[in-house]
Design a protein around this ligand. Structure first.
Ligand SMILES: [Zn+2]
Length: 147
């Protein structure tokens, strides 16, 4: 039975609508488990150095994300911010979007969030480019952002 053929008020329909959010939650849990297991804060681990960092010597906007996630999994927010402050903010926005999406799926309606705003892609790209630039300024205090 297709999801759209179900009475949206039935528990069966709610369970079917939560399939995609459950898959995302399972994948996210798997990623968190892998990061926690591999400990990216220890050099030479299973998670390789970012290719941008290894090949070009540039700290990209995503550099430090695995270590940031590892710190968050250990409830160490200051260390997480140190590894990738914009990543922490991005993760918070992604979690908010996920919760909004899941809530909408549960109630059978689409709930618009920040990611649906027409300027959201431009804002995300702009923040990423600014973060890329700021992280690679070669003098203090910006060198503290190198990871
Ligand atoms: Zn990188």
């Amino acid at each position: 039975m297709r999801e759209s053929q179900l009475d949206p008020a039935t528990p069966q329909a709610s369970v079917l609508r939560l399939g995609a959010p459950a898959a995302v939650a399972a994948a996210s849990t798997a990623v968190c488990g892998f990061v926690a297991w591999t400990d990216p804060t220890t050099p030479g681990g299973a998670i390789p150095v970012c290719p941008t960092k290894a090949l070009l010597g540039i700290t990209c906007p995503g550099c430090g994300s695995a270590r940031m996630l590892y710190a968050l999994l250990h409830i160490d927010f200051s260390r997480a911010l140190r590894y990738n402050a914009v990543g922490v903010a991005a993760l918070a926005l992604l979690v908010e979007a996920y919760l909004r999406w899941t809530w909408g799926r549960l109630h059978g309606r689409r709930i618009r969030g920040w990611q649906h705003l027409s300027w959201a892609p431009t804002a995300v790209l702009t923040v990423a480019l600014i973060w890329l630039g700021v992280r690679n300024i070669p003098f203090k205090p910006f060198t503290a952002l190198h990871v």
